[in-house]
Design a binder for this molecule. Sequence first.
Ligand SMILES: C[S@@+](CC[C@H](N)C(=O)[O-])C[C@H]1O[C@@H](n2cnc3c(N)ncnc32)[C@H](O)[C@@H]1O
Length: 318
Amino acid sequence: MTERPRHDPVLLRRVLELLHPALADRPAVLVDATLGLGGHSDALLSAHPQLTLVGLDRDPNALALAGERLARHGDRVHLVHTVYDGLPDALVGLGLSRVDGVLFDLGVSSMQLDVAERGFAYAKDAPLDMRMDQTTGPTAADVLNEYSAGDLARVLREYGEERFAARIARAVVAERDREPFTTSARLVELLYAAVPAASRRTGGHPAKRTFQALRIEVNAELDVLRRAVPAALAALSVGGRIVVEAYQSLEDRIVKRAITDLARSTAPHGLPVELPEHAPQLRLLTRGAEVADETEVAANPRAQSVRLRAAERVREAP
Ligand SMILES: C[S@@+](CC[C@H](N)C(=O)[O-])C[C@H]1O[C@@H](n2cnc3c(N)ncnc32)[C@H](O)[C@@H]1O
């Protein structure tokens, strides 16, 4: 059997379909806020010959690889090295004020997971890094070696939804006093010892939640997302569309709230007629969150946890 391509863009057909009405047959602008390897963007640029792409990523390696892949689209492609809450500044830098589409495909790319040295995967012993942008900021090892037991427990509880957060935090502090953490194998070993075997049957690999929590903390993922989605919605022109693919419930909750808040009327209760300024700014394009079907999940395990939400701006922001 031949090996499956490693970077299949998740729910690609659905993303194209949802963005089509906002991008087709006009000189539209799309922001791909999580360019990654450019899989979604490549397909969108091919589908819409007049489309201009603004591709953002905080990972310089991803930008370099996507840049090569998208080179055939010439000057329709603008790549910006930024955390995605820098979207408004990126647009100003390009002389743009409004866009017709925004795509977020959250999380790490398969490329980041596959490069063991980046420390995202717990299956291989590797440096505890986990920074999406390796040019800046503290690493996962810094968090483990420097945070107080209380702060570590909070990170594991809030970002990993880890039941044994306090117990793991105590074990980490005891272990680092012997020797600071540098690579993942020692942490994984500690987690095997700290997480009761009985909980593995329901909770999956004992390292899964701790690794997710460290990654979110190292990259301030949730805080950044809380700023970025409203900024993206504010940049959408009327008729413009946003599509967000989230892979864990903490992110999906932030996305859901930001989108549904603007899809509601703000008319005070009991007002007989809705004034224009109270009308919803967005129309939801998905009922709840959409998931991938079995065929896609079988072909692309990354699609297993995807939750896709989409909306269209129906009136200007006040
Ligand atoms: C799942 S991948 C995107 C894959 C892409 N859709 C494709 O088809 O190739 C997510 C990308 O978003 C980037 N990323 C994650 N969080 C980010 C943030 N806060 N700001 C900017 N880029 C971010 C990651 O570095 C990664 O390259």
